[in-house]
Write a protein that binds this ligand. Structure first.
Ligand SMILES: [Zn+2]
Length: 503
């Protein structure tokens, strides 16, 4: 380990980088599976529990304990492999990756080294300009996560300079899938954009597969980005660096661009790029970590305590049948169904409302009405509360119920907003809120008629004008009736009754 160095490494201008060098990317994504239990024991796999409360002899690596493979994790791994158009290996062993570090009390990690469950796939990644870029997948393999170390007493939160380190083994043994691309070449200036687009597409795909909660901010999806440069026209790859644990989509793009500019400055000044891992910093730069270990350092050997993984062809085909529609194709279909522009679609995706709207439509609302509620009123409420629209305490079914009440003429749009506010305030289901708050439209003509008669009696001069043919004067009476009925009368019906009374 070396200490963190300054952020001010020399950088080359991006257009000069592109004029001289061709970037080659390699992206490694780790994703924690959202299985009920861990990879090799029955401990709960749940984020955020008190430290060291989800542990047992197996995931603590106590002598004599034996691992048992989690079948659900294997099925998730196969589904991920199939969704990435990979071949599924009919037979493969786990390996022990040996290293001494306190985040792994066994002193080895169980992984799939040279016999991964899925190999040779690809993902066609949608780009912002509407085109796609094919990223070739080298492999996806299963492994177990390590524990989490928290270093105290240093400015950076890293081990260098720390006075105390705390170990939490709740994460130790959580099922992980590592997805590794083949070298990504030919992207030129678009390398940072394509890196981000790939990780975005992968995240959306994994979410659609429902195998992980893919929270980059919580570490359940993590990206390591490998970057190297070679002079344009040269076949041989340059020396690469690996930026570890980049924890947001935006940061993937920033990290790749930064490394391209930094390495180009090193090369352009006659230096050589050091092969190493690098840390990503939130303010947009990378700093040196450790020099890269080679496979030999890990003394891999086949794990003797586990049976080989040998999924049957029937199992693989059954799992293939469970694959979801690709999320970006689903979005395209939805966009056509709803007849909305690219721009509107992008807005809905960006505010995280798309799934909510689709679910509201499934509950019987029209797409226009569902879109209006989530895309306007509710997103505004979410902004006011400083939360995501998906975190609001109202469900698509409840929004659909409100839409139905409006369609049936029981609520005006204005009253419907008050009903939704009641639901958000925890007052119950829409019908309940409507009843409790007395918001239903007045459907009873005799009640409206009484209010009309009263308003005409209170404004005899206006009544006279209407009788004399001044139709526009009726507006004042309609307004008075709407006020008297607290907006719960149908204005068109009120007007009809006013005109009838004055004819
Ligand atoms: Zn355990």
């Amino acid at each position: 380990m070396t200490s963190v160095t300054s952020a001010t490494a020399p950088l080359l201008d991006y257009d000069q980088v592109i004029a001289k060098y061709e970037p080659v990317l390699g992206l490694e994504v780790h994703v924690e599976l959202s299985t009920a239990t861990k990879m090799f024991c029955g401990c709960a796999n749940k984020f955020g529990a008190e430290p060291n409360t989800q542990v047992c002899p197996v995931c603590l690596g106590l002598p004599g304990s034996l691992p048992v493979l989690n079948e659900a994790a294997v099925e998730s791994a196969i589904r991920i492999g199939l969704a990435l158009n990979c071949d599924i290996a009919p037979w493969g062993r786990f390996a022990r990756k040996n290293y001494f570090y306190p985040d792994q009390p066994k002193n080895y990690q169980i992984s799939q080294y040279d016999e991964p469950i899925a190999i040779n796939g690809y993902l066609d990644v949608p780009l912002d300009d509407g085109t796609t870029w094919r990223i070739e997948i080298e492999r996806a393999h299963m492994e177990e996560d390590t524990g989490k170390l928290t270093h105290l007493g240093s400015d950076t939160g890293r081990i260098a300079g720390a006075t105390t380190s705390l170990a939490d083994y709740n994460r130790s043994g959580v099922p992980l899938i590592e997805i590794v691309t083949k070298p990504v070449e030919g992207t030129g200036a678009r390398a940072p954009e394509i890196a981000r687009a790939y990780v975005t597409a992968l995240r959306d795909l994994l979410r659609a597969l429902d195998v992980s909660d893919v929270r980059m901010d919580q570490g359940s999806m993590r990206c390591d980005s490998n970057v190297s440069l070679k002079p344009i026209g040269q076949a041989e790859f340059g020396t690469r660096t690996e930026t570890k644990n980049v924890n947001s989509l935006k940061s993937v793009e920033v990290a790749v661009r930064y490394e391209m500019r930094r390495q180009a400055a090193v090369l352009a000044s006659g230096g050589t790029v050091v092969q190493e891992t690098r840390h990503f910093h939130e303010d947009g730069y990378t700093s040196p970590g450790r020099s890269k270990e080679t496979a030999q350092d890990y003394r891999y050997f086949p794990e003797p305590d586990l049976e080989p993984v040998a999924p049957s062809a029937e199992l693989v085909e059954r799992l293939r049948g469970t694959l979801p529609e690709l999320p970006w194709l689903a979005r395209k279909r939805i966009q056509q169904d709803w007849g909305i522009s690219d721009e509107v679609m992008r807005d809905l995706v960006n505010i995280g409302a798309l799934d909510l709207i689709a679910a509201t439509v499934e509950h019987g609302a029209s797409s226009d009405a569902a879109r209006a509620w989530w895309g306007n009123f509710l997103v505004q409420k979410a902004n006011e509360d400083g939360v995501e629209v998906s975190d609001l305490p109202i469900t698509p079914a409840q929004v659909a119920a409100v839409v139905k009440l409006v369609d049936e003429g029981k609520l005006s749009n204005k009253l419907a907003r008050q009903v939704v506010e009641g639901v958000l305030a925890g007052e119950g289901e829409p019908e309940q809120v409507m009843a409790d708050r007395g918001l239903a439209m007045v459907r009873d003509d005799s009640l409206i008629q009484a209010a009309v008669d009263e308003a005409l009696a209170a404004n005899p001069d206006i009544a006279e004008k209407i009788r004399g043919g001044k139709v526009q004067a009726a507006g004042a009476i309609v307004g008075a009736v709407m006020k008297a009925t607290k907006g719960q009368a149908d204005a068109a019906r009120v007007r009809e009754l006013v005109m009838a009374a004055c004819s």
